[in-house]
Write a protein that binds this ligand. Structure first.
Ligand code: F6R
Length: 630
């Protein structure tokens, strides 16, 4: 969702070296733009005044505005990239929003649920609103408290106290950052259910909705807890709760390399991230088993006796992460013999789910900030479940609020469409499943060793697919005018089909649907007409019973009705050649691990087709990288 940056420096710090607040804030926004990007804005404090610029559209629009109407040099600033919730993406609705006669500027991520009631109250006091946003209401409330309640008194921490009082009245999810002309060397921020991280510098401090906001300047970061307020100056960072009681943050080192957040020579972040996948899987496997092939997930730190008692697993996630969960279900049930459900996180807590102390809830989230998933995890915890998070973002909220975390080490994922995180999530979920099986003695240690050895071979196999993707790219380019593409799969190939369709929808804006191949005859086959392209993820012929032959029959059924069949199959599967217009072979691998390979051609196809249509692959319309509202 929205990207947020805050900065305070001092004259002997970075500002002296030519980096004013604006440079730092804009660089942070550039890195955070992927979170949400329908408008952007900045505010700086200079000469006892607030100066602000904001523009709808991409960050480049704001940069053009700043060139036309430059801002004065400043040591204190805030910046925002917006993903609209309340009010359309217009200049007026862009952040920052001003109040207190233009002396206070506020930016916000999240949704203020009681904004309508607060707005009525403020309207009655004569406040005039210029936008349709809930943010402007928060800004007005803060300004009103600062001016009327505290009499604009800055001697007693004015803006911090005003923020505490304002937050006591706000409901919903929010990260708020504020600067005031009367306190030129301070940024005050608040967080409830929405991400915010502090960056510690020398003679300067930073705020960001994630570490990408300041990764160019410091690797020292501080995690904040829920319902906390942080006040930064160039030399100090003070944290309190919403009632002013001092609180502590947890410092950690950011090991992401800024260069790894760059495109590395590829045309888009998505393309780069698809190519990062051998490494993402390898890194996720690294250090998690010993030389004897025994899993050593010490980081889980959950009493093994508790895990042994687990009688049900619920996987909670959204979008691509939920498809990773669907893949994992097949493996976990197979290895652990524990009933495993996969549920979209936003549905979970609204259906009175059956959860108890022997339920293991596994959440999967790249960002660790997805509000739907966070709320579901909280609910599960309240019901007494054991919660484990599979997450890619160190220090994010979901792992912090879970009993344990298993990090995927995919590195920063910048493109909105998830690719490398998906494969890393499947890998981590497999490790978790194997660990449970090891602990509970469900499968022999020799079998675990074999699966780990097979997982260890996956990175090289992905690389092989990447190296041989030329034909697939040509096909994607030739299909740029298609109106609809369907995807079929069975068993672990079913979530792969869903993921293939999702990728195409979100970046190529093309109608795409994934089906379980067996479901076809129950309705969707009516969609098949002459020339309809259908990708079919074919299971290994070495796999279970008649799975392969059933899918081959499905291919024949749709072919007979005119479908153009594009098949993803395992090397050596010559039988499918007769029924397919194109076959893309992936290396042989055990059936349960196949999604780690069969997904890759579908990602490449979507990326290439979207690029051929001339779309911005990394920042598809209407979407944000991290969905921090419900
Ligand atoms: C699709 C995509 C989304 C995310 C979903 C969950 O390419 O990226 O469907 O998978 O929004 O996000 P995380 O994993 O951050 O919880």
């Amino acid at each position: 969702m929205c990207g947020i940056v805050g900065y305070v420096g001092r004259t002997s710090g970075r500002a002296d070296a030519g980096h004013g607040a604006l440079d730092v804030v804009l660089e942070g926004l550039r890195r955070l733009e992927y979170r949400g990007y329908d408008s952007a804005g900045v505010a700086v404090v200079a000469d006892g005044e607030i100066f602000s610029r904001k523009k709808s559209g991409k960050l480049s629009n704001l940069l053009a505005e700043l060139e036309a109407r430059p801002l004065p040099a400043s040591l204190t600033g805030i910046g925002h990239t917006r993903w609209a919730t309340h009010g359309g993406p217009t200049d007026q609705n862009a952040h920052p929003h001003l109040s207190d006669g233009g002396k206070l500027a506020v930016i916000h991520n999240g949704i203020i649920e009681n904004f309508a009631e607060l707005k009525q109250e403020l309207l009655a006091k004569g406040v005039v609103f210029e936008s349709e946003t809930d943010t402007e209401v928060a800004a007005a409330l803060l300004g009103d408290i600062f001016r009327n309640k505290l009499n604009g008194d800055v001697s007693d921490g004015g803006l911090t106290t005003a923020m505490q009082l304002a937050c006591q009245r706000l409901e919903g999810a929010f990260t708020l950052l504020a600067v005031h002309a009367d306190q030129p060397d301070v940024v005050v921020a608040a967080r409830r259910n929405s991400p915010l991280v502090v960056g510690l510098g020398e003679g300067e401090n930073f705020l960001g909705s994630d570490v990408s906001g300041f990764i160019d300047y410091t690797r020292r970061a501080v995690e904040l807890g829920q319902d906390q307020i942080v006040t930064i100056t160039a030399d100090t960072v003070e944290i309190t709760d919403f009632y002013g009681a001092p609180a502590e943050g947890k410092e950690y080192h950011v090991d992401w390399d800024p260069a790894s957040a760059e495109k590395g020579g590829f045309a888009s972040f998505m393309e780069k991230e698809i190519h990062d996948q051998p490494d993402a899987v390898a890194q996720t496997l690294l250090g998690r088993s010993d030389l004897n092939g025994k899993l050593t997930l010490d980081e889980l730190r959950i009493d093994p006796a508790l895990l042994k008692k687990v009688d049900k697993i619920i996987v909670l996630a959204c979008g691509t992460a939920a498809y990773a969960g669907m893949v994992a279900k097949y493996a976990i049930e197979n290895w652990c013999r524990i009933p495993t459900e996969v549920e979209l996180a936003h549905e979970f807590r609204y259906r009175d789910p059956i959860v108890g102390p022997n339920t293991l809830v596994v959440s999967i989230s790249q960002s660790g900030e997805t509000m739907d998933t966070l709320m579901a995890v909280r609910y599960a915890r309240e019901q007494g479940a054991i919660t484990v998070s599979i997450c890619n973002t160190n220090g994010s909220t979901i792992p912090r609020e879970s009993d344990a975390v298993l990090y995927t080490h995919a590195g920063p994922e910048i493109a909105v469409a998830s690719t490398k995180a998906f494969l890393a999530q499947i890998t981590a979920a497999y490790l978790l499943g194997l660990y449970l099986a090891q602990l509970r003695g469900n499968i022999f240690s020799g079998q675990i060793k074999d699966v780990l050895a097979d997982l260890g071979k996956i990175p090289a196999k992905i690389q092989k697919i990447l190296d041989n993707a030329g034909e697939l790219r040509d096909l994607a380019r030739s299909m740029k005018d298609e109106k609809s593409v369907l995807f079929l799969g069975r068993h672990v190939g079913y979530p792969v089909a869903l993921e293939g369709a999702l990728k195409l929808k979100e970046i190529a804006y093309l109608h795409a649907e994934g089906f379980a191949a067996g479901e076809l005859k129950h309705g969707p086959i009516a969609l098949i007409e002459e020339g309809q392209p259908v990708f079919v993820v074919v299971p290994s012929p070495r796999g279970r019973d008649s799975l392969h032959s059933k899918v081959v029959s499905n291919i024949q059924e749709i072919r007979a009705r005119g479908a153009r069949t594009l098949v993803i199959a395992e090397e050596g599967d010559e039988a499918v050649r007769d029924y397919a217009e194109h076959v893309f072979y992936v290396p042989e691998t055990p059936v349960l691990l196949m999604p780690l390979l069969t997904t890759v051609p579908l990602q490449i196809f979507a990326c290439e087709l979207a690029a051929a249509k001339g779309f911005d692959v990394d920042q598809p319309r209407n979407l944000a990288k991290s969905v921090t509202v419900e």
